[in-house]
Each structure stands twice: as C-alpha cells, then as structure tokens.
Design a protein around this ligand. Structure first.
Ligand code: GLC
Length: 532
C-alpha cells in the first residue's frame, strides 16, 4: 500500500488536548484521555490526529509558548504516555501529527533565560537582539501580530528583542546555525518516538531580513496591518530549509509535513506546498467563508487555481484560533447546514481536517469577560472572543461535566452538552455524528472522492454548489443546496445522458425522482450521486 495514503486520501482530526478528554481526573485534558477516545475516532474513520501543543509551557499563549520541546507538560502526561498513545493509535491505523512551534519559544525557555543573561552568553545570539537606535529608539518598525510594536526593551542588556506574538514569545534567530541544528534534533526526537508528521506553526515567519529593514507602510486598522510584511516574513531562506525538513521526513516513507503559513492566503500557502516542499499547507479560505454557495465556489476555485498541478490541497472548516463552523454557519441548534458543510469538506479534492467536536456540531459557549482565559481574547474583547469559544470542553455524554472529567473542567463547557454529545448522537441515526461517519466511509469506498479531479458544475450558483469528482473510471456528483427552499437542479448540459445511482443525502434515502432531467432538492440538502 502507498505509504502516503493516510494523509493524502485519509481524514485528519485536530485535537486541542487541554479540552478533549481528561484521563487523570484533574479537570485538564491530557494524553491518557486521548488514548481513551481513540476507539471513537476509529469508529468515525479517522486516519490521523494532529494534537495541538502538549509540551511544558507557562501558558501565556496556552501551549504555543514552549519551555521544553522534548517533553510533555506534566498536566498532560509523560513521555511514556506519548509512547503509549502512538502505539495505541498505530494499532488502530491512526497516525500522529505533532505541532512544532519553532518561530518562537517561551521567554522562560532555558535558552532565552541564558540569552538575556548577558551579551556574551553563548545563547545570546539564539534570539533576535538589536541595539537601540539613538535615543533608545526601537531598531525598526516591525510589529507584533498580537498588537503593538514587536520590540521589547531589556534594561539590563540595553538591547531590544523581537517577538512576532506576545512579548513572552521571543522569536528564535534562524540565521544562527546552532538554532537550526537544535531544530533538527527536536524533529528527530519526535520521529524516533514514532511520530508520523508535524504541523508547523507559522513557519513562514522563521526567517527575517538579515539587515532588519523597516517594512514599507500602508493603510490599515491595526499597527500590524499598516505594513507590507516583506522583511519580517517569507524570506527566500525558507525554501532551502523547507527542502531540508522535507528530506528529513523522506528518510522514512509515509511521513507528513503540513504547515500554517504566516499570512494564510492561498497564494502564500501554494508557494510552500508541493514535491520537495511541504506535503500540505492549510487553506484558510473555507474557514473564513460565510454561508453562501457562490462564495464557497469562489473560495474553492481560487485555491484550485493557485495550487500547482502536483500540489495537494488541505481543507478545514474550524480550528483552535477562530470561531467554530457551527457558530459561523448554523442557525441555532439546527444541524442541517452543518451536514451540507461536512459533505463539502469530505468530498472536495484534498486532505480534510475535522476539528474536535465538529462532528457533533459543538457550538462555542457564551463566555463572560471575567472568565476569558486567552490573553488575546481578553485584549480585544468584545471583538475577539473566538479562541476560548473554539476551545471548549469536548461533549462526550449528558453526564456531569459532559463525561469529560469527574471534576469541573479548566476550560469552558457549553450547557447544551446535556443534549448535544457524542453518546446521544451515536445512538441517533440522523445525527450529525452519523452523517460525518457515513461521509467518511463513502469517501473510503469511492476512489473518485479521494483521487478524482474537481470539476465545478454550474446551475444555480446563488444557492447550489455542485461539482464532479472524476477519475478515469468513476464520476461522482456532489450537489449542495445552501438555500433553505426546494430548488430544482438540472442534470442536463455537461451531465446529459449520464445515469445516476444514489449514494447519500441528509434528506432522503433513495434517488430523487427525475423529470425533464431535473431533480428537486430539499432546502439544505447535500446529495451525492455516482454515475453508472
Ligand atoms: C499559530 C497558532 C496560534 C498561536 C500562534 C503563535 O497561529 O495556531 O494558536 O497563538 O501561532 O504561536
């Protein structure tokens, strides 16, 4: 079997470990908790899990600020737990992807503590230190994406260090060979522990301009947005380094590298994805598109157009940084739109990522200002409460604390867990969970959905998103009615003369009656047909 099949044709599931499952009963999710839930993921048909950071951290950026890259945060387990997790996942055909956050460390990482201790410390040059300009001015105009200037002054050294995110997340100096060497070791450490892949956090920002030139300015709302980011990200040095990372991965078949581009637009993402580079880069378009057939069609087309012919798309609807798909797309507690969105995610060309809880339509809970955990959400309240909402506790059952933990969870829990939970949805044949499961299973059965080319079929693009997935031997038609009303769909034009067999719908169980080559779709119906 092709060793790349798991990531290329399979389905990947993102876990935010702190709120996924609590194995040791302290209210905080952990690796043993994930092990307990692997059976459900296997039942769903998952081929790989990406686990957001579980390394030791002082929690300023809730795990994305790391103090030890080769260890497990004691709240989330031990290295022995990680080994057990890899073994248990592999036994179920599930691959494990670790989140590597290498643009920056925590300011409490021993490297940074050394680095800021004196100018002659061997670690000093591991970070981006610069002398002030006359008058103690900042070295240049670079900004922090989390707000304000990106330079932090250190009184003791009389120097500034650069941080692209919080000031507690100093950026590493990727031009220092010792840093790169350490990163190679970190990669090998996790690969030696059986890790199948890495998700690279904001990799496009690793290298900065060697001359620390000012970014040109432009109009924009926030200080960060008022710059063209040509000197603080996407430097040419990225390419050889990505090639080297890929070569390390290729030492063994079936390993996978997926990256989060710093500016997540399709053009940037496409640049870094392809043979010899990353296997995949996330397409943020779908997760930013409102409920509109024509907007989704445009977003898909844009990505299909910019991506090189031999590059592979990576699609998702939700992640840990933005509002959940259910909060953006659904009406109240009704899940029909989410079924249509799921049908799109799982029938498009490319690797689909499901964000934990998406399969049961988890909504983000309402969070009071005083209860916000994420500093970013605190800072931009009420405009940016999304991250905490998207990281709420996984809803496993209707029992106390949603079956997540025997004690009050550290992360928020949506009160709808009494009705909306995995246990209830597994028992209900019409649930969103069972629809995801069916979609994943038909994807496994129909090669056209995994390997076929994407061919849009236009009919009524205002409400219907329709496309073919085609291999030489198989044609599958996906028709998604994003409108709320009965809508005809014409099977003429390019589809004339084809005969169809019913595969799946959220609204019916047999082929809809045809008259004059037209089928009548229910409102919010996802219909999948196979040509015979
Ligand atoms: C990425 C992560 C985000 C984190 C940031 C800094 O964008 O997805 O959660 O805050 O990088 O590491």
């Amino acid at each position: 079997m092709d060793a790349d099949r798991w990531w290329k044709e399979g389905v990947i599931y993102q876990i935010y470990p702190r709120s996924f499952a609590d194995g040791n009963g302290d209210g905080f999710g952990d690796l043993p908790g994930i092990i307990e839930k692997l059976d459900v993921l296997q039942e769903l048909g998952i081929d790989g899990i990406w686990i957001s950071p579980f390394f030791p951290t002082p929690d300023v950026d809730l795990g994305y600020d790391i103090t030890d890259y080769c260890n497990v945060d004691p709240r989330m387990g031990t290295m022995a737990d990680y080994d057990r997790l890899v073994e248990a996942a592999h036994r179920r055909g599930i691959h494990v992807i670790v989140d590597l956050v290498l643009n920056h460390t925590s300011d409490r990482h021993p490297w940074f503590i050394q680095s800021r201790s004196s100018r002659d410390n061997p670690y000093h040059d591991w970070y981006l230190w610069r002398d002030p300009k006359p008058g103690k001015k900042r070295p240049n105009n670079w900004a922090s994406i989390f707000g304000g200037h990106g330079w932090e002054y250190d009184e003791h050294l009389d120097q500034y260090y650069f941080h692209m995110f919080y000031k507690e997340q100093p950026d590493l100096n990727w031009r220092n060979p010792a840093v790169v060497d350490e990163v190679r070791k970190i990669m090998r450490f996790w690969l030696d522990h059986g890790t199948d892949g890495f998700r690279l956090d904001v990799f496009g920002a690793y290298f900065k301009d060697a001359m620390f030139r000012d970014n040109p300015t432009k109009l924009g709302l926030r200080y960060f947005d008022r710059q063209e980011h040509i000197y603080d990200a996407d430097q040419p040095e990225m390419m050889p380094w990505l090639r080297e990372m890929r070569a390390i991965m290729d030492e063994k078949p079936g390993r996978y590298l997926v990256g989060e581009t710093f500016f997540p637009n399709p053009e940037k993402a496409a640049r870094y994805c392809g043979p010899g580079l990353l296997h995949g880069t996330f397409n943020f378009e779908l997760s930013n598109t409102p409920w509109s057939a024509s907007k989704f069609a445009k977003a898909i087309q844009r990505w299909e157009t910019v991506l090189a012919k031999n590059a592979w798309p990576t699609n998702f609807l939700s992640n840990h940084d933005q509002a959940r798909a259910a909060d953006r797309l659904a009406h109240g507690e009704d899940d029909e739109r989410l079924k249509v969105a799921a049908a799109m995610l799982l029938t498009l060309r490319g690797t689909p990522y499901i964000y934990y809880g998406e399969e049961i339509g988890m909504r983000g809970p309402r969070i009071k200002r005083a209860d916000i955990i994420d500093p970013l959400s605190k800072k931009y309240w009420p405009f940016y409460p999304a991250r905490d909402k998207a990281r709420s506790v996984a809803q496993w059952s209707g029992q106390e604390y949603a079956g997540f933990s025997p004690v009050k969870p550290a992360y928020p829990l949506h009160p709808n867990f009494t009705k909306r939970n995995v246990e209830a949805q597994r028992a209900d044949p019409n649930s969103l969970f069972n629809f995801y499961k069916k979609l994943i299973h038909i994807r496994k059965e129909l090669p056209a959905l995994r390997q076929g080319k994407y061919q849009p079929v236009s009919d009524d693009p205002r409400v219907i998103l329709a496309y073919l997935r085609q291999t030489e031997d198989q044609t599958v038609l996906v028709v998604l009615n994003m409108g709320g009303k009965l809508t005809p769909f014409f099977l003429g034009g390019a589809l004339t003369g084809m005969k169809w067999e019913f595969v799946l719908s959220n609204k019916r169980t047999t082929l809809p009656v045809l008259s004059n080559q037209t089928i009548l779709l229910e409102g919010e119906e996802a219909l999948i047909l196979k040509a015979v």
